[in-house]
Design a protein around this ligand. Sequence first.
Ligand code: KQY
Length: 367
Amino acid sequence: MSNLIRSTPRADGFRMPAEWEPHAGCWMLWPQRRDTWRNGGKPAQYAFVEVATQISRFERVTMGVNPDQFENARAMLPPQIRVVELSNNDAWIRDNGATFVVSEEGVVRGVDWTFNAWGGLRKMMYFPWDLDELVPAKMLEIESLDRYKAPLVTEGGAIHVDGQGTLLATESCLLNPNRNPDLSKAEIEQHLADYLDISRIIWLPRGVYEDETDGHVDNLCCFLRPGLVALTWTDDRSDPQYERSAEAYDLLRSARDASGRQLEVRKIHQPDPMMMTEEEAAGLDIVDTALLRPAGERLAGSYINFYIANGAIIAPQFGDRHDSAAFHQLAQLFPNREIVGIAAREILLGGGNIHCITQQQPAGRAT
Ligand code: KQY
């Protein structure tokens, strides 16, 4: 079974490893919400099948599914993917799932953040999110890994770490009053230190333009290895993203990581602005208790939202003129991993991308 531990990971000698450290596997959740995923979820389901299938070439994949979709998901997914009943309100396991931590001895445990669906009722991404809140405990129960309950409202997509004590986050998300209105910045930093073993936080002001998560860092910027980060970029100064990326670039260049290193920054040019089409919007159910996704709204497309698997990078592609440059940059940056491009517009239509729908479980043992 999974025990609830009442201390903190840091006090017990646990840290959040970098995504490039070895994985036991990857977790995903099956998309089905008709107000998030158009046409009853079918196009997104095909995209998730492709993501899961490609990742399963490199590591074990577990797909969590609501009971009414179990048979459909099982039939659509290849046999090597483990399908488990895991009730949820939506399929963003980076955010509603556990964040894993490891000890020097190779023990793995999970951090169960407090989840309020990216801003609670102030944002109204959707309501309720009661099933999402139980996802971490259920993942950890399935794996018999012990659990820390963190008194901090956040999501896995709001943080990126180098595994050596440095964390990247955006102020617009983590310090947003819709997450932790009663905590000071210093208290939020203390929780990140205690639950992930972080000693240096690099705060970037804002995320990607029109990112509905209040600017998750995992769509803007990520570590490629200690001391090296990738940042979504545009050369178009008239694009509202220019200012956001430029301010992040300046901050990153002047920052030091937990080891005192100055960061190197690689710019990855964003896809051209993409909008929700009339046809796409028309395929969505309209629900009072969920965010409206109207035609013409700009989608927060970025090549940064990739997943690092054992031996591979699973990267979004959009049918855009910048796809090939992003693909080749990733190939240069990760010479020892296969770069797998996936048509990801259907995932983007839901408000996130490949990193947001995956959660790595580090290699290690339960006790
Ligand atoms: O950025 C992410 N990690 C998730 C995006 C969630 C979008 C919710 N509709």
